[in-house]
Design a protein around this ligand. Structure first.
Ligand SMILES: Nc1ncnc2c1ncn2[C@@H]1O[C@H](COP(=O)(O)OP(=O)(O)O)[C@@H](O)[C@H]1O
Ligand SMILES: [Mg+2]
Length: 455
């Protein structure tokens, strides 16, 4: 929930509670005063009636005049107050009330509440007896509208004041919190950028200590991540470079030594076969076998050499070796899939390791297309963009095959081939993206700067 509204709600609740307690206290005081006024009036009336009873008893007054209400109605009652004598003989019952100004009436709901829960508890009743004989009951009370009006007069200003206070408090706290939380917009933006992989964003310093601490920690974490990212890219580059270097070394060793020896062995076997045909025909078959084994080993060795380090990159250059690779795929596909390549700009000046990375990435992408896509067309596009300050290489391999959903939509694309490509691109400090296209098919996009590639 929004912090501003949470605070406004809490303040309103606390202020309401304060208002209720204040009104309760005010009501209690007003009720207590009313109760005392009723008790005093009932006491006065009962004393007056007692006096008359004692006069009747002493025959200075006559019994039929009891109760002499004329005297009692001259008593000063509070506005809205009523006194009543409920005689044991009903014809003796009397009552009188003082008028009150009802122009300042309380609202109906308040009068209803007041009469239901408070007014009746304030009525004073005093039983009147003379010489042990019950004469009746003296009752003093207020008209509910009058007492409610008086109580309302106490509570209403409190209500107005509280409403004003609550509004002012809410307004001020909303403004203060709103201002205090302004930096969270920056913090959220920073976190979003960090989540998107932008490690260059830094937060400014904030006035509030807590937010400033967040800013410091955020900046320190971003800096650390940036450093770790750079180190990781450097490590990845050195690893794949080293791997490429090692493969090249192995390939050269195999080519210069084993391949030569196998060729010599093959030639020797052919020579032995020819002289055995006349001198020792019984060993001709074995020698033929030997010859076959030597040439089979040569074919296997050539395949291994191509895997380790395609000789063509060194001999023909990157462009020709890529074209040869595409041609090989076309031959293997026998027209079922058409592989094409388009190269723009000079790509021959790349560092030897960089050329090897590009070659390997295209090799894996074409193998994947042939293996998983069942596409009609697979297109490789390699472009060197020199128009910008920093020349860049863009490589894309797009097919119109089954796309990522051809396998399993749920399974993330995490095969070792894609991981290998990603590592190579990281080594080139570039960007890598691979996945199914919305209109079907699969695309691989790679982009890396030429600067720092020794070009
Ligand atoms: N061109 C493509 N068309 C459809 N799916 C592909 C394509 N390239 C890769 N994939 C999917 O990505 C997965 C991972 O590829 P990769 O890492 O090369 O592993 P592998 O080829 O050994 O399965 C593949 O198993 C396949 O599901
Ligand atoms: Mg693969």
């Amino acid at each position: 929930m929004d912090l501003k509204w949470l605070l406004v709600r809490r303040i309103t609740l606390v202020a309401l509670a304060c208002f209720l307690i204040g009104s309760g206290l005010a009501l209690y005081t007003a009720a207590e005063e009313t109760r005392q006024q009723n008790a005093a009036a009932a006491e006065l009336v009962s004393r007056q009636l007692n006096l008359q009873l004692s006069r009747i008893d002493r025959s200075t007054d006559i019994s039929t005049r009891f109760p002499d209400w004329d005297v009692i109605s001259t008593f000063a009652l509070q506005p809205g107050q009523c006194v009543e004598f409920r005689g044991s003989e009903s014809w003796r019952s009397r009552s009188s009330c003082a008028g009150f100004d009802n122009s300042k009436d309380a609202p109906q709901w308040f009068i209803a509440f007041f009469s239901a829960f408070i007014n009746d508890r304030l009525i004073a009743e005093i039983p009147l007896s003379y010489r042990g004989a019950n004469q009746g009951l003296v009752i003093a009370g207020f008209d509910p509208s009058a007492t409610a009006g008086r109580a309302w007069a106490t509570v209403a200003p409190l209500l107005g004041l509280s409403a004003l206070l609550i509004s002012a408090l809410c307004f001020v706290s909303y403004l203060v919190v709103d201002r205090a939380l302004l930096p969270t917009v920056d913090i959220l933006e920073g976190l979003n950028r960090l989540a998107r992989g932008d490690l260059t964003y830094r937060l400014p310093t904030f006035r509030l200590t807590e937010l400033n601490r967040i800013s410091e920690v955020f900046n320190a974490v971003s800096e650390e991540l940036k450093k770790a990212d750079a180190e990781r890219a450097d490590l990845a580059r050195r690893l794949v470079d080293m791997q490429e270097h090692e493969r090249r070394h192995l390939a050269r060793e195999l080519h210069d030594d084993i391949a030569q020896k196998l060729a010599a062995l093959n030639a020797l076997a052919a020579c032995i076969r020819r002289s055995a045909l006349t001198n020792a025909p019984h060993i001709v078959d074995e020698v033929r076998e030997l010859e076959k084994m030597a040439s089979g080993s040569m074919i296997s060795l050539r395949r291994t050499l191509t895997y380790l380090r395609p000789q063509e990159i060194d001999d023909l250059g990157l462009l020709q070796s890529l074209k040869a690779m595409v041609e090989r795929h076309n031959q293997e596909a026998r027209g079922q899939t058409i592989f094409t390549i388009e190269v723009t700009g000079d790509i021959e000046q790349l560092r030897s390791e960089t050329s090897a990375h590009v070659y390997r990435i295209v090799q894996e992408a074409l193998t994947n297309a042939a293996k998983h896509a069942h596409a009609r067309h697979v297109h490789v596009s390699l472009t060197r963009e020199s128009s910008m300050n920093e020349p860049r290489i863009n490589l894309s391999v797009v097919d119109d095959g089954l796309g990522a959903s051809s396998t399993s939509v749920l399974r993330p694309l995490t095969g070792s081939g894609l991981i290998g490509m990603r590592e190579r691109v990281a080594a080139l400090s570039g960007k890598f993206a691979a996945g199914g296209l919305p209109k079907g098919g699969f695309a691989l996009q790679v982009e890396f700067p030429v600067v720092g590639q020794g070009a």
